[in-house]
Design a protein around this ligand. Structure first.
Ligand code: MG
Length: 301
């Protein structure tokens, strides 16, 4: 009898992809300290000082009428997190960034660009200032990695180990620059797990153009590309686990993934039932997401 190789069916595989920031690692004070450090540097820059600082009329108005107690409280908090001294103007800008820009848009490298445009009418070339801010943001990120302000979420490493033991492939698919995200994976998530580092591929949205690097968005096409990158077959079962409904769940679902939503602080409404998640599984933390996923995998096989 001739063996027909085409008739030897490979069993479907399970491929699990995790988002990184807020899903596997987090730090309640990470963004706060990094953004505060960025504002501190940008406002100390000569270009900013020469421009007269906050100059858009409505913001000048709000700044002058701002509650001094709230200002004093923020100064103390941000000073404690960064070890720097903050002025009234700096903490006011922090408040604008936090309340009017950050909550609505997670595209963190654009946030300083927006902050300057929103509050200042005199600066024509904002690029050098944005660079100063982004560099300071990354400096603080480095400090937060070393100090443990940024750390692995409860159950994250155990979940990865368990999924590997069950025979699934596990990868991380995240928005951001390759080197920065890989460094966080190695130094924060797998801080004391040397053997896991080589087993978990990390895919990012970084686009390498000829002379510049760009961070792309997590579009359905990005999720599609993940399938090719790990060589998934059409019959394989693909799972994406993330904290954001807009950039994790919706586009991954469009690309055909089974989705698990573990809402972070910014997606709290989904856990509270105020908003309805389109994810296949909605869970409040990694261990309960794993329980539901495992029962789903048992049913499916
Ligand atoms: Mg995230």
């Amino acid at each position: 009898m001739k063996l027909n190789l085409n008739s030897v069916k490979q069993p479907p595989k399970v491929h699990i992809f995790f988002d990184l920031d807020e899903t596997l690692i987090s730090g309640p004070n990470h963004w706060k300290s990094a953004a505060a450090n960025a504002i501190h540097s940008l406002t100390n820059h000569q270009i900013y000082k020469n421009s007269g600082g906050i100059s858009k009329p409505e913001y000048v108005h709000n700044f002058l009428r701002w509650n001094p107690e709230e200002s004093a409280k923020l100064k103390k908090e941000l000073g404690g997190l960064t070890g720097k001294k903050f002025t009234d103007e700096q903490v006011f800008l922090f408040k604008v960034l936090r309340d009017e820009i950050y909550n609505k848009n997670s595209n963190d490298l654009k946030q300083f660009d927006k902050l300057i445009k929103k509050t200042n009418t005199n600066i024509k070339n904002i690029k050098p200032l944005v660079k100063v801010a982004v560099d300071a943001y990354h400096d603080q990120t480095e400090k937060n990695i070393q100090s443990g302000v940024l750390s692995a979420n409860k159950g994250a490493v155990d979940a990865i180990k368990e999924l590997l033991n069950l025979g699934a492939t596990v990868s991380i698919a995240t928005k951001g620059y390759d080197d920065k995200q890989k460094r966080k994976v190695n130094e924060v998530l797998f801080k004391s797990e040397n053997n896991l580092r080589s087993k978990i591929p990390v895919f990012t949205t970084e686009k390498k153009l000829i002379w510049i690097r760009k961070v792309g968005e997590k579009t359905p096409a990005f999720y599609q590309s993940l399938k090719r990158k790990i060589g998934a077959k059409k019959t394989d079962f693909l799972v994406y686990i993330g904290d954001r409904h807009d950039s994790d769940i919706i586009p991954a679902k469009k690309a055909g993934f089974f989705t698990i939503h573990i809402p972070g602080r910014r997606d709290k409404e989904y856990l509270d039932g105020i908003k309805q998640s389109d994810a296949d599984i909605l869970a409040s933390n990694i261990p309960s997401a794993m329980d539901e996923l495992k029962s789903k995998l048992r049913v499916g096989r």
